[in-house]
Design a protein around this ligand. Structure first.
Ligand code: NAD
Length: 452
């Protein structure tokens, strides 16, 4: 059995490494048009940071896991072709700002049609709008020379930061396919791949459209919980309730559950916002404006929460941050990843720069060039934005610290030492509610949490 995966990103790399680890008899080839990314996968410094990933790649690379730019060769050789390319929100034309941009998916379908030389199973790993499988099939049917394909949907539910644990022991693997003899056989082939390590009762099979839609709905529900608790955080700040206490109290109800109830500066990441907007677009397309508005409010609440955090900083620093130094701790959209896509830190830094603050960012995994490019745009410079190599250096002489990513190291810093190095009075804005604010207040900090 030979598998190829087109797209060596946050999904393609780790998922294929796990298949290679758990199914040593399967040859796995991960290909990408980005030569620099492939070179990094073949080096000692992998292009993405994910706890435990180095170890899995070390065990499998060169054995049954290979990274290459030879997309055509990999397509020819493979029995199963996973498609894990990016599907960002469209930034132009019809559906701009909402619909998924499917140009990468379409171009992959055309490449497969051109270079495949026999029957293939094509697996949608990317998150895509409902009915994309039909598009892939149509393109292939129109271009293939006498061979057939089956298209399956197998959305990925891993979370960045815990990808390896999630892949090792997934809550479920979802496989959607056509309920025809050919479709059923293809589903069974993919079930057999996962059955190398995933208990059979965790492998769910559905029709194609249920599978495609389930991924969008899963992300919408997860993000909805965050926006729900974030909306309550504003009410807590107004009333004197503590949002962590409220979350704890409601989370004990087994019908609600305790996960994804942490109030924060807002969710980020490449998926939540784009997938909800995609769902919104689908609802609009199918003439369901009430449903579209309902889900869009999850994104609107998140935007408001990010703005609210920056405004609170300005308000608490006597309504002006002009020329004040603000240390931003963390830039990745969550801990244990170097991914900054849609990170709340980008919005916070931009808001503070617009108020003419001097912003100094420190993140343990995100390179300085990435931080500058994300905040200012590629190649742009602003002397007010700088990047420090440690939290201590970032805080030196600052008027305030804003915790934007919940990196563990921020819990264990010497805050007395930091306090002494700062401009007085000094403030901490804990955008992730990870610090003991009472202790910090005892040191002398003016403290602000989310929903506190
Ligand atoms: N990141 C996540 O946590 C996550 C989780 C679940 C699902 N997803 C979904 O998985 C998909 C991939 O996400 P990602 O975060 O891995 O994206 P990514 O941007 O990290 O990786 C995508 C890769 O595909 C490559 N690519 C694009 N077009 C190509 C082509 N025509 N030929 C060869 N390579 C091509 C790009 O060069 C890039 O390296 C998206 O649809 C996303 O929504 C992501």
């Amino acid at each position: 059995m030979k598998i190829c995966c087109i797209g060596a990103g946050y999904v393609g790399g780790p998922t294929m490494a796990m298949i290679a680890l758990k199914a040593p008899g399967i040859e796995v080839r991960v290909v990408d048009m980005n030569a620099a990314r492939i070179a990094a996968w073949n080096s000692d410094t992998l292009p993405i940071y994910e706890p435990g990933l180095d170890d899995v790649v070390r065990q499998t690379r060169g054995r049954n896991l290979h990274f290459s730019t030879d997309i055509h060769g990999a397509i020819k050789a493979a029995d199963i072709i996973f498609v894990a390319v990016n599907t960002p929100t469209k930034t132009y034309g019809v559906g701009m700002g909402r619909a998924a941009d499917l140009r990468f998916i379409e171009s992959v379908a055309r490449t497969i049609a051109e270079h495949a030389n026999g029957t293939k199973i094509i697996v949608e790993k990317s998150t895509i709008p409902v009915k994309t499988a039909e598009t892939i099939k149509d393109i292939i049917a129109a271009n293939a020379r006498g061979w057939k394909c089956e298209v399956l949907s197998n959305p990925e539910f891993l979370a960045e930061g815990t990808a390896i644990a999630d892949l090792q022991m997934p809550d479920r693997v979802l496989i959607g396919g056509e309920r025809t003899p050919g479709g059923e056989a293809a589903i069974q082939t993919l079930v057999d791949v996962y059955a190398h390590w995933v208990p059979r009762d965790r492998i769910i099979t559905t029709n194609l459209w249920s599978s495609e839609l389930s991924k969008l709905v899963a992300n919408a529900f997860l993000a909805q919980r965050i926006s729900s608790i974030n909306s309550i955080s504003a009410l807590c700040e107004a009333t004197g309730a503590d949002v962590d206490e409220v979350a704890n109290a409601i989370g004990k109800d087994s019908r609600i559950g305790s996960k994804f109830l942490k109030a924060s500066v807002g969710f980020g990441g490449s998926c939540f916002q784009k997938d909800i907007l995609n769902l919104v677009y689908l609802c609009e397309h199918f003439g369901l404006p009430e449903v579209a508005n309902y889900w869009e409010s999850v994104v609107r609440m998140n935007d408001w929460q990010k703005r609210r955090f920056s405004s609170r900083i300005v308000r608490s620093l006597f309504n002006t941050v002009a020329e004040k130094k603000i240390a931003v701790f963390g830039f990745a959209f969550k801990k244990d990843t170097n991914d900054t896509r849609e990170s709340a830190a980008i919005a916070v830094c931009r808001d503070l720069l617009a108020e003419q603050a001097r912003v100094v960012v420190y993140d343990p995994k995100v390179p300085a060039a990435e931080i500058r490019a994300d905040v200012l745009g590629k190649g742009a410079e602003d002397p007010r934005l700088s990047v420090a190599t440690s939290a201590y250096a970032a805080a030196e002489g600052a008027h305030a610290i804003a915790i934007v990513t919940e990196w563990d190291e921020f819990r264990h810093l010497d805050y007395e030492k930091i306090f002494k190095s700062m401009h007085q009075p000094s403030s901490i804005f804990d955008g992730r509610n990870i610090l003991d604010l009472k202790k910090l207040a005892a040191i002398g900090f003016r403290v602000h949490g989310i929903g506190k």
